[in-house]
Design a protein around this ligand. Sequence first.
Ligand SMILES: [Zn+2]
Ligand SMILES: [Zn+2]
Length: 339
Amino acid sequence: MDKRIVDRREVSATEERHIVNNIYAVAPGVWRMKDVFVNVFIIESQQQPGYVLVDTGLKSSYAKIKNMIAEVMEPGGVPQAIVLTHGHFDHRGALQQLASEWRIPVYCHHMEVPYLTGKSSYPPPDPTVGGGMMASMAFVYPSGPIDVQEHLRELPENGNIPELPDWQWLHTPGHTPGHISLFRERDGVLIAGDAVVTTKQESVFSVMSQKRVLSGPPKYFTPDWGTAARSVRDLAALEPNVIASGHGSSMYGDEARKALHKMAREFWHMGMPERGRYVKEPALFNDEGPTYVPPKLPNYFWVKVLAVTVIAVAGYVIVKKVNEDSLKKKLGKLWKRRF
Ligand SMILES: [Zn+2]
Ligand SMILES: [Zn+2]
């Protein structure tokens, strides 16, 4: 950890403050809204008037984003732009509806464009990574593209975001090829998207209880672990004061920095799965989509579920049969006694 970077920076927030309806104040001018298991952010520029929406949650998040805008901005307010950390289904869910209603720029990295212009699907999710039910269910998560081409703008190469002059974007690929994170240098606020997350996203229990723990990117949806590890090292080098992410509640100060550095150092056993489709070799990409996807691994989870179901059904049938036989015997005895 580089203390000199930390010491010369302003500390603007030390904990998250709940406002109303799953909406939290993360830091000055930064709000988080949790919808089911994913976060949406609103940022107010501190240098020019206006707000920017970061990610758009699930399809069902539309009304909740409107509600968040009413709380943070004003009822019926319209942000100046939308920035996408990446285009997974749980980060671009309400995008089509919001973009066609607001007609504002939607920014993304150029490597993310094929998945947002109807050109390509992401590599399939990997339900074999283990870690809990959210991972095992991954085969049902949509990976197909949407098309918001008419609103889409590529982020400027220099790391600037036109509507947010006090923020920078950084390319943090691995989870997706065009994944980005947002950083405000003045007070070290990091919005990490899914490059790291602050809950164990593979487990339904952790997701529902919002148990706060710094984790690598969601394992079931990450197709390039070597690149993901490099992105975590880049984020650790920022020495952030605040880590807000796509999943989980925000982390602050030394706790956040120490956890991030540990994750960067020990990513190979802390941040990534032991086994999985993309562990031995990554999916490869160019700016039109995936060019190579490793072969599928057998999904033992559903074999185990099937085996447990078969055993349970067989047990039920046997118990029922035994009970029926003993009932018949008892009735037989009664019958004999009667006559
Ligand atoms: Zn994601
Ligand atoms: Zn996510």
